[in-house]
Structure formats: structure tokens, C-alpha cells
Design a protein around this ligand. Sequence first.
Ligand code: ADP
Ligand code: MG
Length: 757
Amino acid sequence: MINKKYKIKGMHCASCAGVIERTFKKIDGVSFVEVNYTTEGVKILFDETKIKINELSEKIEPLGYSLVFSGSDENSSSVVDMDQSKKEKILELKDMKNKLISVIPLALISVFIMSWDILASYNKIPEMSYTVKEFFHHLLPVMATYTLFVVGKPYLLGFYRFVRYGKANMDTLIGMGTIAAFIYSFIVSSFEDLLKPFLNVESTYFDVTIVVIAFITLGKYLEFRSKIKTGDAIEKLLNLGAKTAFIICDGKEIEVSVNEVNHGDLIIVKPGTKIPVDGIVTEGYSYVDESMITGEPVPTEKKIGDLVIAGTLNTNGSFIFSATKVGSETLLAQIIKMVEEAQGSKAPIQALADKISAIFVPIVLVISFISLGSWLVIGSSSLGFSQALSYGLMSFVGVLVIACPCALGLATPTAIIVGVGKGAKEGILIKDAATLEKLYKVDTVIVDKTGTITVGKPKLVDIVNLSKNTEDKIISIIAALENKSEHPISRAIIDYSKENKIEILNVSDFYNIEGKGLKGLVNNIEYFVGNIKLIQDLNIDFNYSLIEKYTLQGKTPVILATRKEVMGFVMVADEIKKESKQAVEDLHNLGIKVVMVTGDDKKTADYIASLVGIDSVIAHVLPKDKLEKVKELQQQGRIVAMAGDGVNDAPALAQADVGIAMGTGTDVAIESAGITLLNGDISKLVKAIKLSKMTMHGIKQNLFWAFIYNIIGIPVAAGLLFPIWGIVLNPIFAGLAMAFSSVSVVGNSLRLKTKKL
Ligand code: ADP
Ligand code: MG
């Protein structure tokens, strides 16, 4: 089984996606297919021993589609791909525009003649003179022939494929309608004398063919133009990347293409230039504008040891950094990949629209024939055959044209694409459409303390020595163990030791005691470093009230003990992020319960929580129990989002309805999270929730408008209003409504872009 992604060429309506999906699903060896009309991509899982990829493409080629193979599999760079498809799209748009320009005058002439006829029939204006009438009489068929066979070619092909392969899509509906109007008119005007006794040969429908195709072409053109715009977030991200880098080679600066940068290359960044790859500053000092990636408006200070990100912009300083991530590994490349995937993914809410569009086309075909038949059968007796046929034909064409489920197919994906893109711009990375659909329903947010509410860079602030050793000796033992740990606490201790030139001893038999601390041998003596829990486990005498004074101030204890006694402890304190308090308040205002879950001391956690306004704290939680806490809340019927940053949060993030990784955290957390807040700013969570609400609202509006056109349009077009008000819908209005529905749906999605979060 192999899982591949390809681009599909030739789709021009949302029901095409359904036709392709169904065709692939029927093939032996194919176990999963997902076609996305808006991004023109297909994800397919198939057994290579049963079917080759070119055979798959051959299956859809007769239907007018094909798979694009070059450079579009999972591993290749999507950059080339995007450029290519963008160019193709621009060409396609140009072609559509040319056709549109050629057909608009024809449509205007048709409407002019039609209006004249109507006004004249009400005696508002004089009849056309005979010569003029004859002139138009002969001009219309010529214009209609051009319109149908040149501009309307996709619809003719849609009809042809229906006849040949029995596959109907939206083009089939339009094709069938306009062809019917054309053929009827052609026959009537060719055999005028012969048919005069039976039919009203005066009225032909060449104008219907012309105007309907013109409207639909206009609608498609506008739709396509906006559709390109919905996806421009990716393009903006792609443009962030630098093309070249200056690397230092044998003491000289040389300019190379970014693709040629290797791990460990030293790169020099000059004032005002872009950072080409990810890396760590080794020399120099500057401020870097990271707003394009993280959404953080204030430039970030960069000194030796700090991380720099590809695509961000250096301000005035100059520095040298060592490349750590290049090519597809850079954060920017990952973001592009993630945004692309999210935009191409299907929201669960779309399933309904998909189901409906799938059965829509055949149902509409049936309805159109039924309405034609009913007019002939029921109408003939009261109106006469000739009039009934002409109304019947109008209904037939009207139903086919108005019923196109085009807007239905655009409703969800266009909004998702805009929503995901808007998020990316703010530093909110959304993994897939399903996450975006779920987020606004969240009623409980679990936050980790360290790194989520607090900055995650604790500092050593107090030392209490309970032994006969010197203070420095205590620190050097603690530092020995912490040197092996990756917990944020360890940085505080190591930094302190270095600043005060305290020797960091060697450690052996090091062991990490999950959620409690560390143990190891230093100079052959076994030591433990950790929290109260750890000391309690050791069952040694300790006056816990000694540390209470500190924990009540929100400081975290790090206790040093042997198996027999506590030797002393240090206190570390972490700053609260400046945006935490406001974020908690905003979440509360949205009616969301905020729970802090931490492995830290209860009193420490309570204090921090009280400062930011969190009322519910669960402390002393072991990493594996964070998962249980999430489950517990879910069992109470709550929809839980969990925000965390550590490696040990990953299982809980994955269990939560929506996992939120704080971007300062590790790659692991990002992968198991549905949403990543790139600069680790918890207030972005509030924005993300608003974005989700906004996007879902947009989708629901879109679906409403798409449905309402069809629900009202079909019966009206079929002629159900005729018995009541004597109204028969001219198919021209069906064409107008159809064009308008797609355009209004895409336009509504685009509106999301400009809304404030
Ligand atoms: P959290 O991410 O909430 O801090 P952890 O499970 O990572 O949760 O840690 C829980 C607690 O265990 C910490 O608050 C600390 O008291 C103790 N601990 C963990 N690692 C260390 C360490 N390297 N040094 C000292 N204490 C530690
Ligand atoms: Mg942690």
C-alpha cells in the first residue's frame, strides 16, 4: 500500500471531485481517496501491485481529468509545485477572461433584442421594422453557435461524457440545458414552414443559450479569480524564504543558493536581510523581526546561543549563525507543509454537502425531465401543445441550470482555506480542518504551568543549607545532576553555577524520576534532587514547613537529599508571561473554564494561579496522569483543549479534543497537537477560538446560501409558481442566480480575511 498525493488537472466544478472520488473508489486495489476541488489535490492510498499510478490516471482521462505526476509526491519540495500551478492558473484565468470578453457583447445584444421584444409586446415601444427583425433573426443563431461551441465547450464535453460514459457532473447539467435550447431553436427556425401548424415558430431560444453561457462563464471567472485569492496565504509564506545565503568558507564570504546550505555552515546575516535557514547565533548581536512567522510585532533580541528562524528579517545589527535546520527541515518549510495540508483537508461538516452534491446531479436530471413531461401532459390540455412545449422547455433548461450544486461544493473548502491562512498569518498553525471545526466548541482549557502560563525560564532565587557542607558544595551536587536533565529547572541551576563559578561535578548512574526529580551518584554517594513527593517517597525526616514560606510566594523547591537526610534546598522562580492574565480573563469571558495542571508543588501552583486568575489547579500531577485528567474531564462531558509545551505533555495533547502546542516547545509536542501557537503566546489561543467561530459561521452561511438557491430555485424553475401566479422562470435568470450563488459563496469566504480577530 502506498499513500500518495497528486494534483488533478481538469476539474472545473465541485461535483467533479465527487465523480473522480467515486471512479477511483471502484478500482480494485484503491483503499482510500480524498479529492479536494479547491486545492485541486487528491490523496490516494493504493496497492502498487494491483494498480499502477498511470493506470489510475487513465481511468479518469476519458472523463476529462488527469493526474499530474511531476514533483508532486510527498517528499518533493512543494515550492516548485506551487510556482508551476500558479502559472498554470494565471494562464487559465487569462483564457477564461478572453472568452468572457468575447461573449459579453453577444449577451448584451441578446438582452437588448429580448427587452425590445418584451416591451413591444406590451405596446410600450414600437415593433422592430421587418428588416431589422430579419437581421437579428439571422444574427442570433450565429452568435449562439459561437457561444455554445467555443465558449461553452466544457459544457458540451460534459454532455458528451454523460452520453458516452454515463458520468454526469455540473457541466453536464449546463450542457444539456443549453444544448436543448439550441437544438429546439435550430429545428424551429430551420423548418419554420413545416412546423408552423404545430409550434409557435416565432419564439426561439438562441438568446437563452447565449445569455446562460455568458452568465455562467462570468460566474466561473469571478469564482476562479477569488479562488486563487483564497489560497494566497501559502504564496505569501513561500515568498518569505530567502533565495541565497552568505556562508563563511575559509574565512571568506561566499554567496550560495539556500538549497546548498548544509548543517553546521556558518552564515553571516547583514542588517536588513532575511535569515535564510534555521540556526543558532554564534557571534554578534541584533534584533530580528519575527512577526511574519510568529505574529509577534516587536523585534526579538538575538544574542549568542539564540535560535534564529528562516524567513524572518534582521533589523540593524549583524551576526553569524550556525545552520541547524536546512531545506525542508526549517520551521518555515514545516509551516508551509502544514498550512498546505490543512487547507487541503476536509472538514467533517463538508461530508453532508458532499453527500448531497453526489446525488444532486442525477436527481436534478430526473426533475428536469419530469417537469418537461408534466408541462406537456398537464399543460397541453389548457395551454395547447405549442405553448406547453415552450414553457416545458424553459422549465427543463431552467431546472438544469439553476440546480448546479457548484456553490455547495465551494461553501466549506473556500472558508477553510481562508481560515487556515488567516491563522498562519497570526502565528496560529492549524493542523487540519477538523481541528478548526472543533475548536470553537471547547468549553474547558487545561494549561500547563511552566512555559504556558509562566515564561519557562526559572531562575535560582534562594538557597537554604541544612548540612555541614558549604553552600557551594550543595549547589555543585545539585548542578551535577541537573546537568543531565532537560527540565526547565535545570537551566536555572546550571546558569547559577556558571555565573558564580561553582564547579559542576560529574555524575554517574543518572536516573530521571518522572514528575519528581532526579537521582545519581556523585563521588560515589547516591543523591536525590527533586520535589516534596520525591522526599516523601524516600521516607526521611524533613520539616516540610521550612519550604512553605517559599512555595507560598510561588517559588518551586528543588530539594537535595541522600537516602538518609535532606541536605538543603534551593528555590527557583519563574516569571509569569505578561499576556497570561489577560488571556485567562478573555477565556473566562468566552465562557471557558481554565484549569491549570502541573507537576509542580500545590502551593506554588496555587499562588501562580491566583496571580493570573485561574480558579482550578491540579498540582503534583505525574506526566502520565495529565492524560488521565484530560480523560476525566472529557467523561464529564466537557470538550477539552490542552495547552502544553513539554515532551511529556504529548500524550495528553493527543488525548484532548484539541491539543495546543506552545511553539517554544519541542517538535514532538507540535506533532501531536492540533494547533500550534508559534510564539508560545497563550493569548493567541483566544484568537484561535475566535477564528474557529468565525470560520464555522462563514461555512454555515455559505451552506445556507448554497442550499437556499437550489431549494427555492428548482421548484420555481420547474414551474410550480405557474398555477398560482402565472410565473415561469426564464432560464436566463436561472443562469444569473447560479452565477451569483457561487460568487457570493466565495466572496463571503474571502470576507473572513478582512475580519478582525
Ligand atoms: P511540569 O512540566 O508541570 O513541571 P514535570 O512532570 O516536568 O511537570 O515536573 C514535575 C515536577 O517534578 C517539577 O515541578 C519539579 O518539582 C520536579 N522535577 C522534575 N524535573 C526536575 C529536575 N530536573 N530538577 C528538579 N526537580 C524536577
Ligand atoms: Mg513539563
